[in-house]
Design a protein around this ligand. Structure first.
Ligand code: NDP
Length: 331
């Protein structure tokens, strides 16, 4: 389990009997909820689904789950795994999850967000857990089926029964995560980590790709070659894979002298002052709860900013059109 101070829980650390006979209610049969429900059931746990009346509801029924109103599923469950979008959690918890929770039950989240920013205040007398996968929903299912599993952050935020850790590890094992490893991280830390990377590395990477596309096309390069070069060929994602396999710095040696020299030269020339300032502002905004407050306002107003992004995702921009031509050409 422990290697030089780093803790990863693996299958041998979990006792499936800690959840023996306990019913798990998966609340929200969406991206992650559907994969989790299938994994947990395939591992032998009795799983029920609580879902609003949307397109996911018939899907859960077609997959063979008993599908109930959320409040009803919560009232029947020993373990409630709340898998609805983070920004929707406050209202859903207040109206349907919170009132039905049974004393001694466990309430588990897949993201630290709602706990870290006080969107939910679970009552005393129940276990409060975090099992936050580092993997997209469909990959959670695929890696379960292929037997490799996925990384997760786990935390016990409240141990009312004295059995919270064994329950959490049994749940993580049944989900398939402990084949890969689960690292302890509090809900507050998980939320900070998740938001920080999304709001620093994400925007810079995105902006670099947009700008390079613009300049490359201006310089006469085919737009199709630009999108192939940057992500469609898979070369770049393979580079990220080598960060994990051989190390961020060591992976440099996998590239030839031309790439090493050019990349190093331009990295040195980057103006890091403004970058650092923006990153620090993001960090402070996330830490202070300012970002969460803005997101809750966005939700309350019906997502005006997110709706504004629809123009970006409509597929009419030059990059999306180049991607489409590549896909069509490759069949
Ligand atoms: P989804 O967007 O797929 O939504 C899940 C379900 O919740 C859907 O059925 C959705 O219905 C329903 N829902 C939306 N709003 C409400 C509401 N107000 N009340 C009740 N149900 C509602 O969520 P995800 O699976 O993407 O995310 C769930 C959780 O898992 C989040 O905490 C997320 O951070 C975490 N997570 C997600 C990962 C992923 O890959 N998606 C990876 C790791 C963690 P409808 O769509 O019809 O509104």
């Amino acid at each position: 389990m422990t290697q030089q101070g780093v803790v990863f829980y693996r299958e041998a650390d979990a006792d499936p009997a800690a959840l023996g006979g306990q019913t798990v209610a998966v609340i929200g049969y969406g991206n992650l909820g559907s994969s989790m429900a299938l994994n947990l059931r395939d591992s032998g746990l009795p799983v029920i689904v609580g879902n609003i009346d949307d397109k996911y509801r018939p899907r859960a029924a077609a997959d063979g789950f008993p599908v109930l109103e959320i409040a009803e599923a919560v009232a029947r469950a020993d373990v409630v795994y709340a898998l609805i979008p983070d920004e929707e959690m406050a209202g859903c918890y207040r109206e349907t999850i919170g009132p039905g929770l049974r004393p001694g039950a466990a309430l588990c989240f897949a993201s630290g967000y709602a706990l870290a920013y006080g969107l939910v205040q679970p009552p005393e007398g129940m276990d409060v857990l975090l099992m936050a996968p580092r993997m997209l929903g469909e990959e959670v299912r695929r890696t379960y089926q292929e037997g490799t599993g996925f990384f997760t952050y786990v935390s016990v935020e409240q141990d009312a029964t004295g059995r919270a850790w064994p329950r959490l590890l049994a749940l993580a094992r049944a989900a398939g995560s402990l084949r890969r490893g689960a690292m302890p991280l509090s809900a507050r830390q998980e939320a900070l980590l998740d938001l920080l990377i999304e709001q620093t590395v994400g925007p810079y990477l995105g902006a670099a790709i947009q700008l390079a596309f613009q300049l490359g096309v201006e310089a006469g390069l085919p737009p199709e070659a630009m999108v192939l070069e940057m992500y469609m060929s898979g070369e770049m994602s393979r580079t990220f894979q080598t960060f994990a396999e051989v190390g961020f710095y060591k992976s440099v040696t996998w590239h030839g002298a031309v790439a090493q020299y050019g990349g190093f030269l331009r990295t040195l020339a980057l103006e890091r002052g403004s970058m650092e300032r923006l990153f620090r502002e993001a960090l402070e905004d996330i830490r202070s709860g300012g970002f969460a407050k803005k997101l809750q306002e966005e939700e309350a107003q019906g997502y005006p900013v997110i709706k504004g992004l629809a123009g970006l995702t409509a597929g009419t921009d030059p990059m999306s059109q180049a991607e489409e031509r590549v896909r069509r050409a490759l069949g």
